[in-house]
Design a protein around this ligand. Structure first.
Ligand code: GTP
Ligand code: MG
Length: 201
């Protein structure tokens, strides 16, 4: 698919503040600093429509972007940064489970893990929730430009093993800097939109 327009819609503090109406949405999830906002910017071809920051935990709200006047892309709060107090982690869990269960407009998730690190406990938890809820998702390994070509296959195997994914599950190797994986992700979004579109009468 081709992106022809994108605009910022609103920033929601929780599920109740998300936009009403039937517009379907695809959300970007992953630990803090994994590269969610950067991926969103690179996907829509804008430098900084989503805020990127060196400070982990910067995006603590659900940021809505309207793409092609057709669907919402949502930049979700990052989880699991080292300094987060337990109360903040618990709040994130409540918010995310509520969002996954109650947000009917949510049709699919772009789940990010850092290609350089073993997936964290919270990454595993997140993938498990998606599987349990039957939420379609694509798994993306970010910052692939930081790995040499020879390290990439091993990294993908580690992700598959730690997240206990089926061996057949593809992982998109992505770089917001170099553009790797962008076409693959856009194709996945296009297919996802087709699959949830109202059948023509
Ligand atoms: P939070 O909003 O805190 O949850 O973080 P985030 O997941 O939105 O990450 P963000 O996009 O802000 O990126 C975090 C840092 O990683 C920034 O310094 C980015 O420049 C860097 N980064 C993101 N994607 C890439 C990538 O593909 N390659 C490289 N080399 N750096 C990246
Ligand atoms: Mg962010």
């Amino acid at each position: 698919m081709k992106i022809t327009s994108v605009e910022f819609v609103l920033s929601a503090g929780g599920v109740r503040e998300c936009p009403p109406g039937p517009m379907i949405e695809i959300a970007v999830s992953g630990r803090s600093n994994v590269g969610k906002s950067s991926l969103l910017n690179s996907l829509v071809g804008r430098k900084a429509i989503a805020k990127v920051s060196g400070t982990p935990g910067k995006t603590q709200r659900l940021n809505y972007f309207l793409v092609n006047q057709r669907f919402h892309l949502v930049d979700l709060p990052g989880y699991g940064f080292a300094k987060a107090p337990e109360s903040m982690r618990a709040q994130w869990r409540r918010m995310m489970q509520g969002y996954l269960r109650e947000r009917g407009q949510l049709k699919a998730m772009i789940q990010l893990v850092d290609s350089r690190h073993e997936p964290s406990r919270e990454d595993c938890e997140m993938v498990r929730w998606l599987q349990d809820e039957g939420m379609p998702f694509v798994l993306v390994a970010t910052k692939i430009d930081k790995l040499r070509a020879g390290q990439r296959l091993t990294a993908m195997r580690t992700i598959t093993r730690v997240l206990e994914l089926p061996a057949s599950q593809p992982i998109v190797q992505h770089s917001s800097e170099a553009g790797d994986g962008r076409g693959e992700l856009l194709a996945w979004i296009g297919e996802t939109l087709e699959s949830v579109a109202e059948p023509h009468p």
